[in-house]
Design a protein around this ligand. Structure first.
Ligand SMILES: Nc1ncnc2c1ncn2[C@@H]1O[C@H](COP(=O)(O)OP(=O)(O)OP(=O)(O)O)[C@@H](O)[C@H]1O
Ligand SMILES: [Mg+2]
Length: 406
């Protein structure tokens, strides 16, 4: 087999495959550009889940005509000069690839004007054709419209889901960006329907109430802490607000939403003994690592971050969340505990356990029945049966002791 050099169009389409998966990924890139341009208002409008068209309008810096044309070429960026700049990157973008990638698989129209310019520019780009620029009247800022997504890649287009499903993925993306940027006002419309709206007042709690609803966002506990140069802030819920899914647990590093099994683990660690297994409290955790200690250039879509000292970041998150919950920083080791009377191990029989939040109103005489699975104490008080997490109980007792002697 002989080796051939790929043509520019094919190279562009392959590169696009890494960042442009569906309408939601296009919206993510365009909104990130708007935020990097200092926008305070971002409006996203999609039709048929973004499959027919999507448009992102911002009131950011805008671009000159020459820059708007240059932005469509591969590896052109205003955000990075050398790889060393990545150590302290403050922008969401840096690869100079998003706009050319979108233009490789869709029709892209940019309407943009800087604040100083008297007129704006319209740039129209079609896959495989040179972009054209013309003068156009428009407000300061930038509007990017994307139509005919994947019309030149029918195999990709087939993987897109129903408009409703694509729209909800767009809503997820806009919601995460809004949560990470409470000082920016966001709006997302799907046809005539408004899916997301935030006021951009600056407070995380307010933005959460706007995107999650006041019920879920009410009573969240602020988190503020950190260690070893890692800053952690955000909010966490309590056992009362827990659900059986991790849907409301979000992690951000440098205001960038990331998928992080490691930070999930840190959060689970913090909640151990507070929540039954399989229950998850809502949490928004924003991590600011020390400059140069995190690498965001791991995945083209940038939803992965590598930390130089992962253990330190995990400890910082666990510590900050536990402090917010009023728990000691680390879990105390379980003390050997022998219930009074004969201990019976009840785990041999098949027990179907249903979890209920602890009701601390129990008073009076307890009769300990025994222990199951080596860590839960079964006790009865009158006609009520209690299942006590021995570890959590030991911790609480220890915390009380410390709190009363402090
Ligand atoms: N909404 C916008 N407002 C102002 N300038 C913009 C906007 N969108 C893009 N640009 C300019 O176009 C350039 C190219 O954008 P593009 O998204 O392709 O790359 P990037 O943001 O630099 O990096 P990445 O590929 O990681 O997103 C940006 O660096 C920026 O200068
Ligand atoms: Mg970008």
């Amino acid at each position: 087999m002989s080796i051939r050099r790929l043509d520019e169009e094919t190279i562009g389409q392959i590169a696009a495959g890494e960042v442009v998966e569906r309408p939601a990924s296009v919206v993510k890139e365009l909104v990130e550009n708007a935020l990097d341009a200092g926008a305070r208002r971002v409006v996203v409008e999609i039709e048929e889940g973004g499959k027919r068209s999507l448009r992102v309008t911002d009131d950011g810096t805008g671009m000159s005509g020459a820059d708007a044309l240059l932005a469509l070429e591969r590896h052109t960026t205003s955000k990075l000069r050398t790889i060393h700049d990545l150590e302290a990157i403050a922008t969401l973008g840096f690869r100079g690839e998003a706009l050319p990638s979108i233009a490789a698989v869709a029709v892209l129209e940019i309407l943009t004007r800087t604040r100083e310019a008297l007129t704006g520019t319209r740039v129209l780009a079609r896959p495989g054709q040179l972009p054209e620029a013309t003068a156009a009247a428009c407000a300061p800022g930038t509007q990017v419209k994307v139509t005919e997504l994947f019309s030149n890649l029918p195999a990709r287009a087939k993987f897109l889901k129903t408009p409703g499903s694509e729209a909800s993925q767009v809503a997820e993306v806009v919601t995460r960006l809004a949560i990470a940027h409470p000082h920016v006002s966001f709006r997302l419309h799907h046809g005539a329907k408004r899916l997301v709206q935030t006021a951009g007042g600056g407070a995380l709690e307010q933005t959460l109430a706007e995107v999650w609803g006041p019920e879920r966002a009410g009573g969240l506990i602020p988190v503020a802490g950190g260690q070893g140069g890692v800053k952690v802030h955000g909010v966490v819920g309590t056992a009362r607000q827990s659900t059986p899914s991790r849907h409301y647990q979000l992690f951000f590093v440098g205001r960038r939403w990331i998928k992080s099994p490691s930070l999930r683990f840190a959060l689970d660690e913090a909640f151990q003994g507070v929540l039954p297994a399989g229950q998850f409290a809502p949490a928004v955790i924003l991590v600011e690592p020390a400059a140069g200690s995190a690498d965001v250039n791991v995945h083209p879509a940038k939803w992965e971050v590598r930390f130089r000292d992962e253990r330190l970041v995990r400890a910082a998150v666990t510590g900050a969340v536990r402090a917010a919950l009023g728990l000691p920083r680390t879990r105390a080791p379980v003390q050997e505990w022998t219930p009074p009377g004969a201990v019976r191990d009840l785990s041999a029989g098949s027990l179907a356990l249903v979890w209920e939040p602890v009701r601390p109103a129990a008073t009076g005489e307890w009769e300990v029945l025994g222990q199951v699975f080596g860590s839960y104490i079964l006790a009865v008080e009158g006609s009520r049966l209690f299942i006590i997490d021995q570890h959590a109980a030991a911790e609480r007792a220890c915390w009380r002791r410390l709190a009363t002697t402090a």
